[in-house]
Design a binder for this molecule. Structure first.
Ligand code: F6R
Length: 312
């Protein structure tokens, strides 16, 4: 499966690709729709293409849909706006029903995209190899998402305090790995979009291959640290940051053993591991919001950006 979207929709596409591979064991990846048609892509008849878009009017994504169709591929949409161009051009699809999204930076639509991908992954998985019990495990976890988001929102004052501490930095890193990496990318995207601070995402595992050289007292890192099979390795990288006096914030789950690592934490309710990215993204949106608020920026209408990018 190939998922096509732009900006944050591309990052959620990466989260979706991981869910589809993990649950359905179907090879899946995501690609920026804005690049797709320019590399003369090979469109395979047995690959399902998925276009993901909040507005349904993003020109780059619409052109990617046309490229797939021109070359005889099948494409479905994961779109919010009913009857929009992308929704109409796709062969079928899922409407997100997130309701109108007013602010330029995409928030609730992204959460709905994450849930949409989880449901698509589940459908594909159940007709392949996923057991009834595992399917029910995912459904039960999806049912908990609204209440868990409420829990995150209840922690807003703490998140705001952390954000105010980050707002003064000229530049930040967001790090995560495997399922956590698209979360880090989306966190950096939101932060730069509305706070106008330079924010860059890396795989935690890539730090030592170059970016570690930049770590110092003035470059904070936001580390995505789920309670999963990679926690210990992630903590090892975080120790490296602290040893170089880099300010660090962890976005994590209950039950992670930090040992002697004493860093500010934002604790997010745990879901099933495949769905963790959906919830881990929410505090990062709040973090960007509160950093922008502290800096006095117009959060709903950030400079230089339009809500729907209808030109190439
Ligand atoms: C980020 C953001 C953009 C959009 C991108 C795609 O907060 O809003 O990166 O995600 O322009 O827009 P849609 O989803 O409307 O195709």
């Amino acid at each position: 499966m190939k998922i096509l979207g732009c900006g944050s929709a591309f990052y959620v596409g990466q989260m979706g690709a991981a869910m589809i591979e993990e649950l359905a064991r179907v090879p899946a990846d995501a690609e920026p729709a804005s690049e797709f048609r320019y590399r003369n892509p090979i469109v395979e008849p047995d690959t399902l293409y998925v276009a993901v878009s909040q507005s349904g009017e993003t020109a780059d994504t619409a052109f990617a849909v046309q490229e797939v169709k021109r070359k005889g591929g099948q494409i479905v949409g994961l779109v919010n706006v009913v009857g929009s161009t992308i929704a109409r051009e796709c062969d079928g699809g899922i409407y997100l029903h997130a309701g109108p999204e007013v602010a330029v930076a995409s928030t609730k639509a992204l959460t709905h995209m994450g849930v949409g991908f989880a449901m698509l992954a589940l459908c594909l998985a159940r007709v392949r190899d996923l057991s009834i019990a595992d399917g029910q495990r995912i459904i039960a976890a999806l049912r908990k998402v609204p209440a868990q988001i409420e829990e995150i929102l209840a922690d807003e004052e703490h998140i705001a305090e952390v954000a105010r501490g980050l707002a003064g930095a000229e530049s930040l890193f967001f790090i995560g790995r495997v399922r956590g990496f698209p979360v880090a990318r989306e966190g950096a995207q939101k932060f730069k979009e509305i706070s106008y601070r330079h924010a860059e995402a890396y795989q935690t595992s890539e730090l030592k291959h170059g970016p570690l050289a930049l770590i110092c007292e003035t470059l904070p890192t936001v580390a995505i640290l789920p309670n999963d099979e990679l926690s210990d390795r992630n903590l090892g990288a975080m120790q490296q940051i602290v040893a170089r006096r880099g300010p660090l914030v962890a976005v994590t789950h209950p039950g992670v053993d930090f040992g002697d690592l004493d860093v500010p934490r934002i604790v997010v309710p745990k879901s099933e591991r495949e769905l963790d990215p959906i919830l881990l993204t929410v505090p990062l949106q709040l973090m960007a919001y509160h950093a922008a608020l502290a800096l006095g920026h117009d959060i709903d209408k950030p400079r230089n950006l339009a809500k729907s990018v209808t030109v190439e």
